[in-house]
Design a protein around this ligand. Structure first.
Ligand SMILES: Nc1ncnc2c1ncn2[C@@H]1O[C@H](COP(=O)(O)OP(=O)(O)O)[C@@H](O)[C@H]1O
Ligand SMILES: [Mg+2]
Length: 364
């Protein structure tokens, strides 16, 4: 049987470049090479694309603090309109490659936020994960929260400020409305980068300033006291929800270090030790959120569960972490879909959606 050519995109320009390297490493370890011909494409921090060698595409791969993309590949780019030869490799002589489907193992800006999805759409290549709109919505914490609120899904109270409104950020009035402590976060980032918990005015001013160095728009949220629960969703028209997991951070909150640097930074409990009824409620909310936020293919929906057992949605991740310690693959494993089968399903879903959209004349 002819193998499917799968382009794996990793790295990228975002602050989550290193996380993507770890995710790509895990995907490469489990993807079924009997079924798929892998075309490994690394994007460096400047946004330049390279065709990478599968054996040794990373440096310091076992050290999350020093992991790096190896810079030995051939520069590549996509062509548009050539349905059988979408990838141009600037080797001597120039080589064209055919890609059946792309798996963007990218996190954050220019990877997970709809921009890459737009590029792949224009290049006419099926790709894993939500499409342009769902990715863009999922990335923007303000827009996602507004839509969830509109659908009656519980969220934390928040205020939003643009960079040019920084002088209007008034600590006293915000505390009056949202209380203390406050969470301050860039609107379009992930992996806890630029996020601070502020317990007083001094910390708040610092947090606001810091968040604005990462984004032109920030969110200030009420603090939600509760455990952190995550649920994975998979599917296009009829998405299904996985078992749910809990995260118990060892630090103040689930920080970047706790997520990727320090294996002891957080304890992961799979499945979460909560009642069946609550699990069902969370699964329903997770699927509903994906529908409301136009996310097809895959997503991980993150919740806070308060002491009163109220589930509040914190955020959605449209390209969740795929590292060896990541929740998304772990949740599916315990739900009966092992990692390599999960990749098969994701690739199939990408191709199904592409076919469905192809059937709609003139739109794509
Ligand atoms: N409103 C909040 N109340 C309590 N903790 C929060 C709140 N917002 C964020 N956190 C903590 O910060 C972490 C990262 O925030 P999150 O909004 O999920 O951003 P990211 O997209 O970077 O993961 C969460 O996992 C949680 O530990
Ligand atoms: Mg999060």
């Amino acid at each position: 049987m002819k193998k499917t050519n799968v382009g794996i995109l990793f790295g990228g320009k975002s602050t989550e470049h290193e996380v993507s390297l770890q995710s790509a490493k895990s995907v490469m370890q489990v993807i079924d090479q009997e079924k798929y011909e892998i075309i490994l494409i690394g994007i460096d921090k400047n946004g330049q694309w390279y065709l990478c060698d599968q054996t040794g595409f990373l440096l310091n791969e076992d050290n999350p603090k020093e992991i790096m993309m190896k810079h030995t590949g051939i520069p590549v780019t996509l062509t548009f309109g050539k349905s059988a030869q979408q990838l141009v490799c600037f080797s001597n002589p120039i080589v064209y490659k055919h890609i059946d489907v792309i798996f963007p193992v990218l996190h954050g800006a220019c990877g997970e936020d709809g921009t890459m999805q737009g590029l792949l759409k224009v290049a006419n290549i099926p790709f894993v994960g939500p499409s342009v709109l769902g990715s863009a919505i999922g990335m923007d914490k303000e827009v996602a929260k507004r839509l969830l609120r509109d659908a009656g899904i519980p969220i934390a109270k928040f205020r939003v400020y643009q960079q040019w409104e920084e002088d209007q950020v008034n600590f006293e009035s915000i505390v009056k409305e949202l209380g203390l402590p406050l969470f301050v976060k860039p609107a379009n980032l992930g992996s806890s980068v630029g996020i601070h918990k502020a317990k007083n005015k001094e910390e708040f001013i610092y947090a606001v300033h810091e968040a604005f160095t990462f984004d032109t728009k920030i969110l200030i949220e009420e603090f939600v006291e509760g455990s952190e629960i995550e649920c994975a969703v998979l599917g296009n028209e009829k998405p299904i929800a996985s078992a749910v997991g809990a995260i118990i951070p060892e630090q103040e909150f689930y920080s970047y270090d706790a997520k990727y640097m320090d294996e002891k930074g957080a304890t992961i409990q799979i499945p979460a030790d909560i009642s069946k009824e609550l699990v069902k409620k969370i699964q329903e909310l997770a699927v509903k959120s994906c529908k409301v936020l136009c996310c097809e293919g895959m997503a991980r929906v993150d919740f806070f569960l308060t002491k009163e057992n109220k589930a509040i949605i914190n955020e959605i991740n449209t390209i969740p972490g795929f590292t060896k310690i990541s929740m998304y693959p772990k949740l599916w494993k315990i739900s009966g879909i092992p990692y390599s089968k999960l990749i098969d399903r994701l690739i199939q879903l990408a191709q199904d959606r592409f076919k469905r959209e192809e059937g709609i004349k003139d739109r794509y």
